[in-house]
Structures are given as structure tokens and as C-alpha cells.
Design a protein around this ligand. Structure first.
Ligand code: TRP
Length: 346
């Protein structure tokens, strides 16, 4: 079949063209917590970029979700812009892949409400991601909205009939809940929704600089995508390595060292010699970290120029989001029409 690049079509034509082609859809998003770190890139964003030709991608700024753990709203927009700049710098093409704020498309809230009737509170209380977060963030009381976090996420994904959801490992339980909700809806009211599948990257969980299993803003153990080569070196210096390798000459255990994990990701060709150097003691941690920092900086270098462009053209970023919102809304409205009709609601 002859295909016309989507950007050469008006949006209405684009939608019908897309539904004629058999491209599946991706919906993925992140909470706007500001500048992104390596964990975001390696855990999900790389996959978004890699898959944007094969799929029709939709990318969500999950600002409602951000409220579940932080009700402070005054920085949300600023954080959203910073995050979107990182998405664009990493290679998301906003012509192919609309980018939009959850709070600007009201259908998210409506579908969330309807879905909230299709799942039990007991099921939500069993969610392991919720349990981990409650522990990591020392949450002692839980809002009703926080318990429903995965229900809102299900509405995000299913509103766009996402077939595939590229996310980090911690999000897999949420996709499972999304599948259950889709199944319940389809059984109850007729088949409208796909049962989406998570798509993980090889490094779906990147360890943090403090040795914590996960790089995360809340624990402050991150390397930002926007860090300069000098900042990267500075952050790596105190990073936790094998505690038994105190000085050069000591034999190390690379498999328990987070710097080795970073080498595996950013410096794959030198991995065998780093392993043997570390294990024999010939390679010291100082040199190993310096080399690692250089490789990470090299991997991030292509993003720097793009980021600089968008940072000095903020209006372009804002326009991209406004455009994404009108394109996203069209799809969301279509789905809700089907939902209303299946449920005999109006
Ligand atoms: N819960 C995701 C996170 O914390 C963010 C998110 C919200 C999301 N809605 C989504 C991810 C829909 C994938 C699909 O990273």
C-alpha cells in the first residue's frame, strides 16, 4: 500500500490514513518532575525514540499523576517544559508523535472515573509498585487518588488504545492492572480496548550513583541528561563501587559494581577488558570511573545542541505541546464516543 508521510497530511487525513495502515499504537508518559536523568533515557525514552517509526506514538505529560505524591502545583508547567525539552533533545519527533498534558484533555478524568468502578480496592492495595513507593518515599497516609494511580494510568493508555507501552520495570505492575481493566470493560460492555503490552529495554532499571537499585530523583542519585561532562565526572567520583576494592591492585567484583553496569550500557566494546582489569586489580576505580564518565558524556553529546536550541526557543516547545494537545484530544474524543455508546451513556 502506498503510504504518505504523516507530516504531509492534515491531521484529519493523518488519522484516517493511520487507521488504514496497520501501525500499532504506543502510549507512554512520564510525570513532570523536571529535568530527566539517565534512568529515564535508558529505561524508557530510548525505546520511545527507537519505536517511533514502527508505531504511532503518543506521549503524555502525566501532570495529574504528579499530584499523587506532591500537591504543590506551581512548578508543574516549568517542570513539564524541562521534561519535554529532554524528550525532544533525545530525538522524539513531535510531528510523528504528539506530546500533550494529561490535564488538558479532560477525557482522562472521565475515563478514570468509569474505570474506577471496574477494579477492587483490594487489587489496588496489592500493587507492588505502590508498596515500594510507600516505603521509599516514607508515605504514611495515602490519598484516594494515590491508590487509584494505576487506574488513571489505565485511562491514559486505553484512551489512545495503546497496544504497546515502553516503560521501566517498575511500571510493569501498572500495565498488568491496565490489562485487567481492559478485559473487564470488554467483557462487560463489548470489545473496545486492546490489552496493552509493556515493552522493556535491556537496562529497564539503571542503578543510582549511591548503589541504590534505581536511579531516581527522590533519592538524588542521578546523572541528568543535561549534565555537562565536568558534572558527570564530579558525580561519578564518589559513586559507590565494590566495597572490597579499596585501592588499585585490590581484586574487584564487577558484577556488584554500578559503574560496571554503566560501562555495559555506554561502553560495551571495552567491557571484557574492564572486567578482567577490575578482577585482576590492574584497573583502579579512579581510572575506571574517569573512562566511564567520558563514555557517558559522549553518549549525551548529541542531545546538547538540540537542547540548547529548544532552551532558547521556548515558544517552539510550547507550540509543540499545544499542537499535540489538539491532536491527542481528537483521538481521546473518538474513544469516548465509543465508550459512551458501549455503556449506553448518552
Ligand atoms: N507512572 C508512570 C511513571 O511514573 C507515568 C505514566 C503515567 C505513564 N501515565 C502513563 C507511563 C501511561 C506509561 C503509560 O513513570
Amino acid at each position: 500500500m502506498e503510504t504518505v508521510p504523516v507530516h504531509e497530511l492534515s491531521f484529519a487525513e493523518g488519522v484516517s490514513k493511520n487507521s488504514l495502515t496497520s501501525k500499532k499504537r504506543i502510549l507512554s508518559g512520564m510525570r513532570p518532575t523536571g529535568k530527566l536523568h539517565l534512568g529515564h533515557l535508558v529505561g524508557a525514552l530510548e525505546n520511545w525514540v527507537a519505536l517511533q517509526n514502527e508505531f504511532n506514538n503518543f506521549h503524555l505529560i502525566a501532570d495529574y499523576h504528579a499530584l499523587t505524591t506532591n500537591v504543590e502545583t506551581k512548578n508543574l508547567y516549568q517542570h513539564s517544559i524541562e521534561m519535554v525539552i529532554d524528550w525532544l533533545a533525545a530525538g522524539i519527533d513531535p510531528v510523528k508523535s504528539p506530546i500533550f498534558r494529561q490535564s488538558r484533555i479532560k477525557e482522562h478524568a472521565e475515563l478514570h472515573l468509569l474505570f474506577s468502578m471496574l477494579i477492587t480496592t483490594a487489587r489496588l492495595e496489592r500493587n507492588p509498585t505502590l508498596k515500594d513507593q510507600v516505603r521509599d518515599l516514607n508515605i504514611d497516609t495515602m490519598s484516594y487518588g494515590y491508590l487509584g494511580y494505576p487506574v488513571l494510568q489505565a485511562s491514559d493508555i486505553l484512551l489512545y488504545k495503546g497496544d504497546v507501552v515502553p516503560v521501566g520495570e517498575d511500571q510493569v505492575p501498572h500495565i498488568e492492572i491496565t490489562r485487567e481493566i481492559a478485559r473487564h470493560f470488554n467483557n462487560q460492555y463489548g470489545v473496545i480496548f486492546p490489552e496493552p503490552e509493556p515493552r522493556l529495554t535491556k537496562f529497564a532499571r539503571l542503578p543510582g550513583l549511591d548503589g541504590n537499585q534505581k536511579m531516581s530523583k527522590s533519592t538524588g542519585n542521578t546523572i541528568l541528561l543535561s549534565d555537562s561532562p565536568e558534572e558527570i565526572q564530579k558525580k561519578l567520583k564518589p559513586a559507590v563501587t565494590d566495597p572490597q576494592k579499596i585501592r588499585k591492585g585490590d581484586r574487584g567484583h564487577p558484577d556488584i559494581c554500578l559503574v560496571f553496569t554503566y560501562h555495559q550500557k555506554f561502553n560495551a566494546t571495552e567491557v571484557p577488558e574492564i572486567r578482567s582489569g577490575c578482577e585482576s586489580g590492574a584497573l583502579g576505580c579512579v581510572d575506571c570511573k574517569k573512562n566511564c564518565g567520558e563514555k557517558i558524556a559522549r553518549a549525551l553529546a548529541p542531545m546538547r545542541e538540540k537542547r540548547a536550541h529548544y532552551e532558547s526557543h521556548l515558544d517552539e516547545v510550547k507550540d509543540i505541546i499545544v499542537d499535540g494537545e489538539s491532536r491527542g484530544r481528537r483521538v481521546a474524543e473518538e474513544t469516548m464516543k465509543e465508550v459512551h455508546s458501549a455503556m449506553s451513556l448518552g
